[in-house]
Design a binder for this molecule. Structure first.
Ligand code: UD1
Ligand code: UDP
Length: 389
């Protein structure tokens, strides 16, 4: 009898910020359930996010294994923070052999992983490649453009992301790269959609957030704000908070639930006009909370009448759960949501936000399936294995 030896590859997953921990949980789950005989995964946490509610809670809930490496990079100026991460990732990649690194999204942790790995000729697998806002004032856009250039396989989650890359000269290809050089662009779906479908019913049974915050389904609006050009610019943050105050006054039948990112919690008192801030604090139907867990946010998204956000992930999850979404940004990378009529770009403009809420609450919306088949993680891992054969 002939014995076929299955070669196992070793992958380093690099995460650091909240949404990356969540995305990595989907892929890591697929490694453990379907590919454990062919893929060994180690996890590196840069430490970009470190509060328990921004990091540990997701490891616990989403059953992501404890990181094998933690760089404890923490917060800091962009260069300072990214440099610490690059140095730490480089040391790990020099200390043991990896057949590739998996990176997610567009944060400084993503950029650091791409720079460190590509300089050491370790193949870079970029999940959520090809997204573009075409706004180079966003730190994330800089990270995306650089990271995509340094990536070996670019896993684009949407047709638009593939088109963006083609326009930048990448070939749309199913070609295999055995040597880790060159680029390959492929759309196998969105790993966030995997998670949102996988955890929806578990979240409903585990989370007590509706009771805890005294909420009724369809009787509240879920809001999140954390984008730097909203939190750090006083006029913009004031304009957004003024919109929330106005909506809470004109629509008392809705509560507004606002889980606060630590960046926003820190900057609200100093950047919002003092009179608007006082009114905001006095609005009894605006509920501010610390950041909530993934199960809590799923339940909040699924039961909301509408979502108001500047988050990339929350925008998409609203769509997955067929909820209308006001996007408090001048543009979005997730143009499918706006094209479907399920999202309206309102920037940080008080009146546009109010008008968009009115419009979305009063119309019926279709949500075409554009984010894959909720098995993107498995397809991606199979693709990585095929590249190696
Ligand atoms: C980062 C990403 C952004 C992503 C977001 C997800 C970059 C450039 N930005 O933005 O793309 O959408 O994560 O949430 O990588 N802080 C804490 N505790 C924490 C983490 C942060 O207090 O656990 C505070 C610190 O004051 C810190 C600030 O939040 O300076 C900003 O954190 P940082 O990681 O630099 O950027 P985010 O705004 O979180
Ligand atoms: N999220 C969460 N708790 C919160 C707010 C967001 O678990 O209080 C989750 C959300 O469901 C999504 C991810 O965090 O999966 C989005 O992260 P964030 O908004 O911080 O960043 P972005 O997606 O904009 O990069």
């Amino acid at each position: 009898m002939q014995i076929i030896k299955v070669l196992k590859i070793k992958i380093l997953t690099i995460i650091g910020a909240r949404p990356q921990i969540i995305k990595a949980a989907a892929v890591s789950r697929a490694v453990r359930s379907r590919f454990s005989d062919r893929i060994e995964e180690k996890i590196l946490h840069t430490g970009q996010h470190y509060d328990a509610g921004m990091s540990q809670v997701f490891f616990d809930e989403l059953e992501l294994p404890h990181p094998d490496f933690n760089l404890n990079a923490g917060s800091g100026k962009h260069g300072e923070q990214t440099a610490k991460m690059i140095a730490g990732i480089e040391n790990v990649l020099l200390s043991e052999h990896f057949d590739g690194v998996i990176l997610y999204g567009d944060t400084n942790s993503t950029l650091a992983g791409a720079v460190a790995a590509s300089k050491l000729h370790v193949p870079v697998y970029h999940i959520e490649a090809g997204l573009r806002s075409f706004n180079m004032s966003m730190p994330e856009e800089i990270n995306r453009v650089v990271c995509d250039q340094l990536s070996t396989v670019l896993f684009a989650p949407t047709v638009t992301a593939v088109e963006n890359l083609k326009r930048e000269g990448f070939a749309d290809s199913k070609a295999r790269f055995a040597d880790g050089r060159g680029h390959s662009v492929v759309n196998l779906g969105d790993v966030m959609y995997d998670n949102s479908m996988y955890f929806a019913s578990k979240a409903e049974s585990k989370s007590d957030v509706m009771k805890r915050l005294d909420l009724q389904p369809d009787k509240y609006i879920l809001a999140t704000i954390h984008r730097d050009n909203n939190t750090d610019v006083p006029e913009r943050l004031t304009s957004i908070i003024r919109a929330l105050v106005e909506i809470s006054k004109s629509k008392p039948q809705y509560k507004i639930v606002l889980p606060l990112h630590p960046r926003t919690a820190k900057l609200l008192p100093q950047n919002v006009d003092s009179r608007v801030y006082e009114e905001f604090n006095n609005c009894r139907n605006i509920i501010c909370t610390p950041p909530v867990s993934f199960f809590d946010i799923i339940v909040l998204e699924r039961n909301a009448a509408l979502v108001l956000t500047d988050s990339g992930g929350v925008q998409k999850e609203a769509y997955f759960y067929e909820k209308p979404c006001v996007i408090m940004r001048p543009e979005t990378e997730w143009v499918e949501i706006v094209n479907a009529g399920a999202g309206i770009l309102a920037d940080a403009d008080t009146q546009r936000i109010i008008d968009a809420v009115d419009e979305l609450l009063s119309k019926s919306i279709e949500y075409p399936k554009v984010f894959g088949d909720s098995r993107a993680s498995e397809h991606i891992l199979q693709y990585i294995l095929d590249c190696r054969n």
